[in-house]
Design a protein around this ligand. Structure first.
Ligand SMILES: C[S@@+](CC[C@H](N)C(=O)[O-])C[C@H]1O[C@@H](n2cnc3c(N)ncnc32)[C@H](O)[C@@H]1O
Length: 205
């Protein structure tokens, strides 16, 4: 998917995103951020924050920068920042494949439901690894291709449709881990049968 199509698709979702997806996405977002063990004063980057479903989960003692490509999605995130007085969170329009921060700027990075949306997940991960400190934490919540051959076939078949509605369904978890160069310490699903994985990784440089 090209950046312009992604912008158009997510501009279209912005008004209905929470109503459509919150019930599926929020429980894993909440779980993952609560397990990040974010300490006082730590700098956290939220990549592709969307409408800001994650924002209320960050402790007020840390400092969060939340970035997204879509102005319309970010408008919703900014509304949440204002309404809930989240003064520790800064929301910025940015392409996460070209992050406008210096190397080693963040202690922790959170990426939910984004690695299968960007045109190049490995460019994204190389930027994330650049701006995250050595030994910093990278946490990813995402759907990956199933290891069940039947489900994998269905996911392959529906991939062209998925791309039209804003994501790809054929990204392989093991290949993603290998090529992104993360040291994954934990990977699991919240339920026995689930669509989404949660990865806790360390940024070794
Ligand atoms: C499925 S939504 C996930 C939003 C949020 N993280 C969540 O879990 O609810 C994907 C988001 O990634 C954003 N996105 C896609 N490509 C991006 C890029 N290159 N840089 C920054 N954000 C991007 C989209 O605009 C959209 O808001």
């Amino acid at each position: 998917m090209e950046l312009d199509s992604i912008k158009k698709i997510y501009a279209g979702y912005s008004n209905v995103y929470d109503a459509l997806f919150k019930r599926f996405f929020y429980p894993r977002i909440k779980h993952a951020i609560n397990y990040m063990d974010i300490k006082q004063g730590e700098r956290v980057l939220d990549v592709g924050v969307g409408t800001g479903l994650s924002l209320g989960e960050y402790p007020k003692s840390c400092r969060v920068v939340a970035v997204d490509l879509s102005f319309e999605m970010l408008k919703k995130a900014k509304e949440k920042v204002g309404k809930n007085r989240l003064g520790h969170i800064k929301v910025l329009n940015m392409d996460a494949m070209n992050i406008a921060f210096r190397d080693d700027s963040f202690d922790k990075v959170f990426i939910s439901h984004v690695v299968t949306v960007v045109p190049d997940p490995y460019k994204l991960m190389s930027e994330v690894r650049r701006v995250c400190k050595r030994g910093g934490q990278v946490v990813i919540v995402n759907h990956f291709k199933s290891s069940n051959k039947m489900v994998e076939l269905v996911e392959k078949l529906i991939n062209p449709v998925c791309k039209k509605i804003g994501w790809r369904s054929d990204l392989c978890l093991n290949e993603f881990i290998r090529r992104s160069g993360l040291n994954v310490r934990q990977k699991y699903m919240l339920k026995k049968l689930d669509f989404w994985h949660i990865l806790f990784a360390t940024n070794e440089k």
